[in-house]
Design a protein around this ligand. Sequence first.
Ligand SMILES: C[S@@+](CC[C@H](N)C(=O)[O-])C[C@H]1O[C@@H](n2cnc3c(N)ncnc32)[C@H](O)[C@@H]1O
Length: 122
Amino acid sequence: MGKASRDKRDIYYRKAKEEGWRARSAFKLLQIDEEKRVVDLCAAPGSWSQVLSRKLYLPAKLSPDSRDNDLPLIVAIDLQPMAPIEGVIQVQGDITNARTAELVIRHFDGCKADMVVCDGAL
Ligand SMILES: C[S@@+](CC[C@H](N)C(=O)[O-])C[C@H]1O[C@@H](n2cnc3c(N)ncnc32)[C@H](O)[C@@H]1O
């Protein structure tokens, strides 16, 4: 089956067409509050991590149904240290280094991230 046929059967491809989004990738942002494991690459000084904390972690924590082992995990990485942000685990390191990736995977108990955001700049 060709790529075009595969895409046409994809639920998000069809949903994007119906709702007027230019690509199915719109749903990655629309569903951000459903993500459980998120990595913020090149995170300092931390404004994106603050957004992730406020959109994902704090609402889940304040929910009456919340359980500690079900809260979203947000890992922020940068070469520079950052002031603490509630619900954000900080890793000071180089994103191009395999050891940094291993540290992140360890925080996620060996699972893959649901979402990775990156605002890298020198
Ligand atoms: C534009 S700032 C990020 C701003 C951030 N998104 C925020 O919301 O506050 C870019 C960051 O990329 C980081 N950076 C650049 N190369 C990196 C690398 N190889 N590993 C980790 N961080 C890196 C820099 O230290 C810098 O803090």
